[in-house]
Design a protein around this ligand. Structure first.
Ligand code: MN
Ligand code: MN
Length: 315
């Protein structure tokens, strides 16, 4: 069960209203790295977790993320207080109101006109929150790695938001939320590495002949050797088809009935390689575009013939 304490986890002191800043803060309310996504991510993992220690950690952190959602949502609501009154009561001249809600230079007019200065489950660009932000797959070694990355991203978004404001109270509350993501990242790392069999994820080992190979799949200048492809951890091999020793071609066994149907379809859809069909584009261009192309090709061909007649080119 959940209970609620009417006090916030961290005191929110906002010096002055600012609808543009409120809108930026929505990034951590309804955005992909935001607190709702974090709370739902850990809550979904908590429900299915069988390890009692991890289960306990996941519900503690999920519940803390809901408390963060309340803090960041309260910051948005406080920053919007002025605009909320103006939207509701129509107290200003039209031009002045227009300037207030659009002057911030971001999407705050959406928050003001559509949501009445309230707190919407969108990101700062107005994109609605989606459960697709949660990538729980039910394997703790995968989910904990994803949680570590999610906490790292949330920390960076808070850092960027801190750089967007000089309001000391907002800065301080954001600093607390940012710091908690550092703490969560450490808990998830400890939880991951306290699982002895944490790599590779799952139960099946990789194919030993490929598990520590670095395939050099790109060509040209700028090739580098780094810790990610150096001996003794890695063996670098050039790009090569059929690394299994086979011909690298795909095969499948099909029934004789399926084979005759597939052959009939292939016959019906065969290209006539000798054709040069007239197309709608050729007809619609009044002969101009394609004709110019064809003339160009004809001129090119004549030149080539002439050059051949003259014998080998000299330069
Ligand atoms: Mn958080
Ligand atoms: Mn967190």
């Amino acid at each position: 069960m959940f209970t609620h304490n009417k006090r916030l986890q961290y005191t929110v002191r906002v010096s002055e209203t600012n609808p543009g800043l409120a809108n930026l803060m929505l990034e951590q309310f309804g955005g992909p790295q935001g607190e709702l996504a974090a709370a739902c991510r850990y809550f979904s993992q908590y429900l299915a977790e069988d390890d009692p220690g991890r289960k306990d950690m996941l519900i503690d952190i999920a519940t803390e993320e809901l408390s963060h959602l309340e803090v960041i949502g309260t910051i948005v609501a406080m920053l919007n207080k002025g605009a909320k009154g103006h939207v509701a009561e129509g107290t200003q001249a039209q031009a002045e109101f227009y300037r207030e809600i659009t002057g911030a230079g971001n999407d705050s007019h959406v928050t003001q006109v559509l949501y009445g200065g309230g707190v919407a489950f969108t990101n700062s660009g107005g994109v609605p929150w989606t459960a697709a932000y949660i990538d729980t797959i039910g394997d703790p070694t995968c989910d904990l790695r994803s949680n570590i990355a999610a906490e790292a991203r949330a920390k960076i978004i808070y850092e960027r938001l801190i750089n967007c404001t000089d309001d000391p109270g907002v800065k301080e509350a954001l600093g607390f939320l940012m710091t908690r993501e550092i703490s969560h990242q450490q808990s998830f790392e400890k939880a991951l590495y306290s699982i002895h069999q944490n790599f590779p994820p799952g139960k099946l080992p990789g194919m030993p002949e490929f598990a520590n190979v670095y395939f050099k799949m790109s060509e040209g200048e700028g090739a580098q050797r780094g810790p990610w492809n150096k001996e003794p951890a890695f063996e670098v091999r050039p790009a090569q088809p059929g690394v299994d020793g086979g011909d690298g071609l795909a095969q499948v066994k099909v029934s004789p009935q399926d084979l005759s149907v597939l052959e009939a379809a292939a016959q019906r859809l065969k290209s006539d390689m000798a054709s040069d069909p007239v197309t709608g584009a050729m007809l619609g261009s009044n002969g101009n575009a394609m004709a110019a192309g064809a003339q160009g090709a004809a001129v090119q061909e004549k030149k080539t013939h002439a050059e051949h007649a003259k014998g080998p080119r000299t330069q």
